[in-house]
Design a protein around this ligand. Structure first.
Ligand code: NIG
Ligand code: FE
Length: 417
C-alpha cells in the first residue's frame, strides 16, 4: 500500500457529496457537511471521508497527517471560464476606462481583444508558457485546482495552435488540471476586417480540423455578439466544431440580448456563458435543453457595469448554474473565485452555499469532469482547499482576503501559506 496523506481536525468538511450530476434548485444549498471531519488521500485520490476517529483508525505508520486545527476543507475550486494565455496587459485601456471610456468604444477603435492579439502574436510559446505558469500560481493561491482555458488571442492558425500547445504543456506539467477550449471566433482579426466570411471559413475549414486532429481542445467556444460574431456565424462555427467531436460553449448575451442563449440551447451546448442580458425565453430554453449557465460577475464588476445576470431567476427555473472568473486581460483581470463568490452573494443574491456549489461540483460537471473532481468523495481526484477560517460562509463574507491555507491538487500539496 502506498503512503497516504490525511487531513484531520476540520471544523467543517464541506464535501458537496450527493447525486452524480449537476445540482439544481434546493440541492444547491446542500453542502454535505461533516463537522469535525477528516479525509484520507492515497495515490492522488480520495480514499475515505468521515469523522476524525474513523480516518485515524485507517492510518498506517508511514502516512502523513495534516492537522487543519479547526479550519475548513472543501473541494478545490473549478474555474470553468478563463482566457489565461496572453502576452502583455491592457493597463492603458484600464486607465482610459477609469476616465469614462467604454469597453465597446475601445474595441471599436482597434483596442480591446485585438490589442492583446497583437501582443500575443509577437510572443513565443515559451514566453507565453512562462507567463501562464505565473498565473497558475495565482489560481492555486486562491484555491483553484481545475481551470478551463480558452485560446482566442491568436486568431491565425499558427498563433491559435501556439496557445493551445501552451495549455497542453501546462496540463502535462500540473499540478493544476487545465481543460482546453478553442476560441478562434473571439474577434475578427484586422487582416480580415473587410472579409469576415473568409475568416469564418478559415476557422471552420482550417483551424478547427487542425485543432481536432492534434486533440488540442475538448471544447469550442465563440463570442456571439453583434460586435463580434452574429448568430449565423456562431452557428456555422459551432456546428462544424460539433461535427469534429468537440463540446460547445458560447459567450452569450453579454452586452446585448441577441438570442445567443436560444442558439446555445438549439445547439445542445454544454454551457452558455455571461447571460447578463438574457430574456425569460432564453432562460426557459436553456432549461429545456439542459445547458448550464456560466455566470461571470467579475467581468460586470470590472467593466464598471451594474447589470448582473439573473442568477436567482435561473435557480428558480431549475438551471444548474456555475460561477467562474472569466480571467482575462480586458474585462476580468482576476483569478479569484473567492472574489466571485462575494460578488455572487452581494450582487446576485446567492447564498454562500449556492455560490460554493456553483464554483465546485456544478463547475466540474460543466467542464466534463463531474466524475473526477468538484466534491470530496471516495474515488475522486484529491483536489482540496483548506481555508483559514472555521465557517464556510466566511469565504464570501471576508472579501479581498487570501483564504487559502493549504491547497492540494491531485494529492500533492500545491500551495501552502
Ligand atoms: O469573456 N467577451 C469576450 N471575451 C472576454 C473578454 C476578452 C478580452 O477583453 O480580452 C470576456 O469578457
Ligand atoms: Fe470570456
Amino acid at each position: 500500500m502506498s503512503s497516504g496523506f490525511a487531513i484531520v481536525n476540520c471544523a467543517q468538511l464541506v464535501t458537496l457529496s450527493g447525486p452524480a450530476r449537476p445540482r439544481t434548485g434546493a440541492e444547491m444549498r446542500e453542502l454535505g457537511m461533516v463537522e469535525n471531519g477528516a479525509l484520507l488521500i492515497r495515490d492522488g485520490r480520495i480514499e475515505a471521508v468521515g469523522g476524525r476517529e474513523e480516518i485515524e483508525r485507517r492510518l498506517s505508520a508511514n502516512d502523513t497527517v495534516l492537522d487543519a486545527q479547526g479550519r475548513i476543507a472543501l473541494p478545490g475550486f473549478v474555474d470553468a471560464h478563463t482566457h489565461p494565455v496572453f502576452a502583455g496587459t491592457r493597463c492603458a485601456e484600464f486607465e482610459l476606462r477609469s476616465q469614462g471610456a467604454t469597453y465597446e468604444e475601445i474595441a471599436a477603435a482597434g483596442g480591446g481583444i485585438l490589442e492583446t492579439v497583437r501582443q500575443t502574436r509577437r510572443a513565443t510559446g515559451d514566453e507565453l508558457f512562462e507567463a501562464a505558469l505565473r498565473r497558475q500560481q495565482w489560481f492555486l493561491r486562491n484555491g483553484t485546482t481545475t481551470v478551463e482555458a480558452k485560446s482566442g488571442y491568436g486568431l491565425a492558425l499558427d498563433d491559435e495552435l501556439k496557445i493551445l500547445r501552451v495549455i497542453r504543456r501546462l496540463n502535462e506539467r500540473g499540478p493544476v488540471r487545465w481543460v482546453p477550449t478553442f476560441l478562434g471566433a473571439h474577434a475578427v482579426p484586422e487582416e480580415f476586417r473587410d472579409n469576415r466570411r473568409a475568416y469564418v471559413e478559415l476557422v471552420c475549414e482550417v483551424m478547427l480540423p487542425a485543432v481536432a486532429s492534434e486533440h488540442l481542445a475538448r471544447y469550442c467556444d465563440a463570442f456571439c455578439e453583434p460586435s463580434a460574431f452574429s448568430i449565423d456565424e456562431t452557428r456555422t462555427v459551432l456546428r462544424r466544431a460539433a461535427s469534429l467531436g468537440l463540446g460547445l460553449r458560447v459567450h452569450a448575451d453579454q452586452l446585448t440580448c441577441s438570442g445567443a442563449a436560444e442558439l446555445a440551447a438549439s445547439l445542445g451546448a454544454a454551457t452558455a456563458d455571461h447571460l447578463e442580458q438574457t430574456s425569460d425565453a432564453g432562460i426557459a430554453q436553456l432549461r429545456a435543453a439542459g445547458v448550464q449557465p456560466v455566470l461571470l460577475p467579475a467581468s460586470v464588476y470590472a467593466l464598471g457595469r451594474t447589470r448582473y445576470p439573473r442568477a436567482r431567476d435561473m435557480i428558480e427555473a431549475g438551471l444548474a448554474i456555475v460561477l467562474a472568473t472569466d480571467f482575462n486581460p480586458g474585462s476580468a483581470p482576476t483569478p479569484s473565485i473567492p472574489m466571485v463568490l462575494s460578488l455572487a452573494c452581494t450582487q446576485m443574491h446567492l447564498t454562500p452555499a449556492e455560490a460554493i456549489t456553483a464554483a465546485t461540483i456544478n463547475a466540474a460537471w460543466s467542464v466534463g469532469l463531474g466524475h473526477e473532481t468538484g466534491s470530496l468523495e471516495p474515488g475522486k481526484r484529491a483536489d482540496v482547499l483548506v481555508a483559514d477560517c472555521a465557517d464556510y460562509r466566511k469565504l464570501p463574507y471576508f472579501f479581498g482576503v487570501e483564504h487559502a491555507w493549504v491547497v492540494v491538487a491531485g494529492g500533492e500539496v500545491a500551495f501552502r501559506r
